[in-house]
Design a protein around this ligand. Structure first.
Ligand code: ATP
Ligand code: MG
Length: 214
């Protein structure tokens, strides 16, 4: 493709990216919430959007199936970032990565005792690095969603998950006991595309940079 392909996930990333696209003069021709199309045209004949699963965005960009993409830091850490240039923190889809446990579970005491913790998460790399840096021994259990359930049914002592309002934790009698890192979404660029299509990509990257809001 001689134009630009941008990979986005539907939901919050698509919604929060619309103003950035608008700043670059790009308006999607369809709404992914109502359209079943996975390739969306735009007002520009040389720009198309592909709608992918959030955790797949770095993969599409890594292999050059998309030139640009927008992905959460959480997703980028798990992917590893190979083949990706990450020029911009877009400061959208903001939340934080945290350790959460059931109300009443004495996390600090468990860590101090040197107990081996069972931790369930979708974010295995993040969890592994966090506990390794603290010198806490953990058994990591990979899940793909609804992490909040794991401690409630005895699958794990703790979870590592994204938290924004904390309402989901609260509704499940869990509490965040440790912040791991703030999370926001980044612009990612295929490294070969940036060399081959710089005259097309750079204006989009610059427009995004100018539209970032704190
Ligand atoms: P899927 O729903 O396909 O399993 P997902 O849950 O990762 O994937 P989204 O919920 O659209 O997909 O989240 C996309 C990104 O938005 C995440 O990777 C994360 O960076 C960020 N995010 C997730 N939850 C929140 C939240 N509650 N508030 C703000 N940002 C969030
Ligand atoms: Mg989600």
């Amino acid at each position: 493709m001689t134009g630009i392909t941008i990979a986005l996930s539907k939901g919050r990333i698509f919604e929060e990216t619309l103003p950035l696209l608008a700043a670059a003069g790009i308006v999607p021709a369809d709404d992914p919430e109502t359209s079943r199309k996975l390739i969306l045209g735009t007002n520009r004949a040389d720009v198309r959007l592909v709608i992918v699963r959030a955790s797949d965005t770095p993969t599409y960009v890594q292999y050059g199936a998309a030139d640009l993409g927008i992905a959460g830091k959480d997703v980028l850490i798990e992917h590893g970032g190979a083949g990706l240039y990450q020029p911009l923190d877009l400061k959208i889809a903001r939340c934080r990565m945290a350790v959460a446990v059931p109300n009443g579970f004495d996390y600090v005491a468990a860590v101090r005792r040197g107990a081996r913790l069972r931790v369930a998460s979708k974010y295995i790399q993040t969890a592994r690095e966090h506990f390794a840096a603290k010198g806490v021994h953990v058994d990591l259990i990979k899940l793909y969603g609804s992490m909040e359930l794991a401690p409630l049914v005895g699958l794990a002592d703790a979870i590592v998950d994204l938290v924004s309002s904390g309402n989901t934790l609260k509704a499940n009698n869990l509490v965040a006991v440790e912040d791991i890192m703030p999370i926001s979404s980044r612009l990612i660029v295929n490294q070969a595309s940036l060399k081959m299509k710089r005259e097309l990509l750079q204006p989009v990257i610059d427009a995004f940079a100018g539209a970032v809001r704190d």
